[in-house]
Design a binder for this molecule. Structure first.
Ligand code: MSP
Length: 645
């Protein structure tokens, strides 16, 4: 069972920012997950060096470009080490193995009759390293680097017959629906292919920084054509055919949404031309913004991941990026939100759970827990969580996988609150029940820590050590170790707080009235050593509320549900997708009054069938007793997909 996984290789004209780090962190989570599942995993990353911007940057710094790239390699490696990125190989496009592979591929494409000489005249954005069409420019500037005007170039170029591969590519997309994920990206590419493809320029004239074309050494290979070949070069294409046949094709290319065209159109066409198998899958992740703004080196709005990791360590950052951003969608990083999530998920929830268990085990059982009882509801939930996690992670719905694991953490906290071990400990007649409760909590923590290992490797290893797991983290296997175990004594070890609470919490207007402590956004802190005001009435903590994802949606279509007085069927746009939702508002609104309206919905409700129609979500309306519902509306324009909180 092999798994070959790659990320985009980074331009080295500046250090990694949080956006480029996001890609590497999420790919690392996938690599670690695959290892946990027992795959012989090969995780490749690297640097893209033959870019004109890299060359310019070196010249600006008065350095030889090669020496500059050597220095940047160290910078990148040290950032990746700080973030615990576990790549197995790191390729640079100036390495001899890469050069050999590029020359072999270009020659293979040429021999197939797919490269021909021509003349290029048009716009070129140096920051994208891409040819731009006049119609795509925004106010004369690059649509991606909005502060940069592309250069007009006129030069002799070699072209690749991309147009020839339009039909085979369409057929490939149709035969392999999961070739490009998520679906929004796949649909974009299908539209592009349906519109037809033009041949692309694959060389640049008069430049010295790059790999010469084997059949025209006065030109260098266009940087994208060069860069894509890294994936094959790293596993031996052009240098070690036996190794190449062992590892190629790649199972997964993880890349940003801006470069899916290069990976799912240009690269597969190059491979088809060279008669090589195509990668199994490409995942086009979304973009991370910083305080709502696009993160960009050229716009000066980037955030250094090392600075973020300096705050609470790398694991909280990894968790935030994976848990708070639906994989495939865009997301945002703000310091306030980051601190808030750290306090909720780690300080108050998981961290608190571990320290409370260890403290109770020490106090009541001298740090040694024995298997007792059946595991009950917690064990049943663990089984369900395992399945959900496994399914989600296999589909790269990383955020759902992590959310499933956290559900077990939440449940363990609630279980402590309900079973009140401190009360059980007062009566020796409850000794076996106390054994059972403590063992069950330890087991729930163990399972959650195994499931979260790919996301927070160091912390979960430490949690496992503290709760007496004796297998080394690298030898744990999901199927065997990620499920509930009814056996095995546990020796627990005390330690300092894993994640001390950060005082700069921004949600201190929460209603949590926890005794004596500053107001805290955490449902689970309410499950402390005694009953709190929140437990005594039906108030919920902010964390419980945040589980309900309310979103803005726009009604695209509406029709009455046959044989129902109350129900109306709506097709709505929720920002990331379109959905069908059935709402009980037909007595108050005619379908035509609904089309075009902006509404609020519960986004993360499990689907339900109403009059045989699957409804995905719930429309929010004020519903007076005995009166007609009134839809929740917004005071101003809000785009679909906006979260309501
Ligand atoms: N060198 C090319 C890739 C060649 S792959 C054969 C390149 N480099 S890059 O440095 O500009 O970007 C590297 C990766 O980071 C890309 O996948 C890109 O989409 C991703 N990201 C850059 N900014 C990002 C965010 N703000 N958020 C998430 N990912 C982002 O493109």
């Amino acid at each position: 069972m092999r798994f070959f996984l790659t990320t985009a290789i980074d331009y080295v004209n500046s250090r990694p920012h949080l956006g480029t780090a996001y890609e590497k962190i999420t790919a690392d989570v996938i690599a670690r997950y695959k290892r946990l599942c027992g795959f012989d995993t090969h995780f490749l990353m690297g640097n893209d060096e033959h870019s004109q911007n890299v060359y310019k940057r070196a010249v600006e710094r008065g350095m030889d470009p090669r020496a500059y790239c050597d220095m940047m390699e160290q910078e990148f490696r040290s950032v990746w080490a700080r973030l615990d990125i576990s790549f197995d190989d790191f390729i640079r496009t100036t390495e001899p193995r890469h050069r050999a592979a590029v020359q072999k591929m270009v020659q293979a494409n040429y021999d197939a009759g797919d490269i021909y000489e021509g003349f290029y005249e048009g716009w070129y954005c140096v920051s994208c390293e891409a040819f731009k069409q006049e119609k795509d420019l925004v106010d004369g500037n690059c649509p991606i680097h909005t502060n940069l005007k592309p250069e007009w170039i006129r030069e002799k170029n070699y072209f690749f017959r991309l147009s020839k591969y339009c039909k085979p590519l369409l057929e490939h997309f149709q035969a392999h629906p999961s070739f490009l994920q998520p679906d929004v990206r796949r649909n974009e590419m299908l539209r592009l292919l349906e519109g037809g493809l033009e041949d692309i320029s694959v060389s640049r004239a008069g430049q010295a920084w790059g790999i010469p074309l084997p059949f025209a050494p006065d030109s260098v290979v266009y940087v994208w054509y060069d860069a894509l070949i890294n994936y094959a070069a790293a596993v031996g294409y052009g240098t070690d055919e036996a190794r190449f046949s062992t590892w190629w094709p790649a199972h997964l290319h993880v890349v940003g949404k801006d470069i899916t065209r290069f990976h799912t159109v240009v690269w597969p066409a190059m491979l088809m031309s060279a008669r090589l198998p195509l990668p199994t899958q490409v995942f086009g992740h979304g973009w991370v913004h910083f305080q709502g703004q696009k993160m960009s080196k050229s716009l000066g709005t980037s955030l250094d991941p090392v600075d973020v990791a300096a705050r609470f360590g790398p694991d909280p950052l990894r968790l935030y990026l994976v848990k708070e951003i639906g994989y495939g969608s865009d997301g945002d990083f703000t310091w306030d939100r980051y601190t808030e999530r750290y306090n909720v998920d780690l300080a108050n929830n998981l961290g608190n759970l571990v320290s409370r268990l260890v403290a109770m085990a020490e106090k009541y059982r001298d740090g040694r827990l024995m298997p007792a009882g059946s595991g009950g509801q917690l064990a049943a939930l663990a089984e369900e969580v395992f399945e959900r996690y496994h399914r989600a992670m296999d589909l790269y719905a990383l955020h759902e996988g992590v959310a499933a694991a956290f559900q077990l953490v939440d449940a363990a906290n609630e279980y402590i609150a309900q079973s009140a071990p401190w009360a059980l400990a007062k009566d020796p007649g409850n000794a076996s029940r106390l054994d059972e409760v403590l063992f069950n909590v330890a087991e729930a923590i163990r399972v959650a820590a195994v499931l979260l290992l790919p996301v927070m490797p160091k912390s979960c290893e430490e949690i496992l050590r503290r709760i007496g797991e004796t297998t080394a983290a690298g030898s744990l296997r999901l199927e065997r170790d990620g499920r509930w175990r009814h056996e095995g004594a546990r020796e627990l070890t005390k330690g300092a707080a894993l994640w001390p609470r950060a005082e700069e919490s921004v949600t201190d207007n929460s209603t949590d009235t926890h005794q004596g402590t500053p107001a805290t956004p955490g449902a689970t802190q309410a499950a402390g050593a005694g009953a709190t005001a929140a437990e005594a009435d039906n108030r919920i903590a902010i964390d419980d509320f945040m589980k309900v994802e309310l979103r803005v949606a726009k009604v695209l279509e509406a029709e009455a549900v046959p044989k129902s007085k109350k129900l109306v069927k709506l097709k709505i746009d929720v920002g990331t997708e379109q959905r069908t939702i059935v709402a009980g508002i037909a007595e108050a609104y005619a379908p035509e009054q609904l089309v075009g309206r902006t509404i609020a919905i519960v986004f993360n409700l499990k689907p339900a069938k109403l009059m045989g129609i699957e409804s995905n979500g719930m429309v929010l309306a004020a519903s007076p007793e005995g009166g007609k519902p009134t839809l929740v509306a917004f005071d101003g324009d809000v785009p679909p997909g906006t979260r309501v909180r």
